[in-house]
Design a protein around this ligand. Sequence first.
Ligand code: PLP
Length: 229
Amino acid sequence: MTDFAERLAAVRSQIADACEGAGRSSETVRLLAVSKTRPASTVREAYASGCRWFGENRLQELRDKAAELSDMVDLSWSVIGHVQRNKAGTVVDLADELQSLDSLDLAADLDRRLEVAGRTLDVLVQVNTSEESTKSGLVPDEVEAFTLALRAHTRLVPKGLMTIAMPSTDDREVAACFDKLGVVRERLRDRDGGGWDDLSMGMSGDFQLAIAHGATCVRIGSALFGPRD
Ligand SMILES: *Cc1c(COP(=O)(O)O)cnc(C)c1O
């Protein structure tokens, strides 16, 4: 096995263990391989090992990589970083999903461009559960009004919520962030009579804890590809 295949096998088995511990099937957790900063050749190797979802946080980098990998038709790109409004076109051209939606201005731009392109876009609303001012995302109390306003933009298909937990060595603090996302989700489900199924939470350092607290998508970079420069 290649180094990558070994790391992937290890991550998959950790995901399976966490799912088992939570009494869930492994199929309930999607592995998003965070390929930001990695070359297209690395994405190709990950694809060969079975990865299909890749996460990018910079739109120019996504554009370059997608061009190099345009032969891989069933590869899906998820945008997980802040999107400036002048990059909305790249999201509409290339992304299969946007996990970091936190602006209604951006939502309006995306909706307009999606209409022209004749497509829809799955979105997750990013929530700042650690309430650190440096993080993007809505504070939990803003999510209800935001998601109501989002209904005007019918080309955006709300799938769930995304968060980056507090970078803490104390599992209780990290878990509190995950639980907060679950509480926000329950409020939306009560209001809307369901939906909001996706909870994207958990990265290399905390994905098992995230699964224990209900994650349906884990975003993993360094545990798969090694440390970033
Ligand atoms: C970089 C990044 C990740 C992956 O981080 P690792 O610690 O390398 O797994 C996950 N989510 C977001 C939003 C990121 O920007």
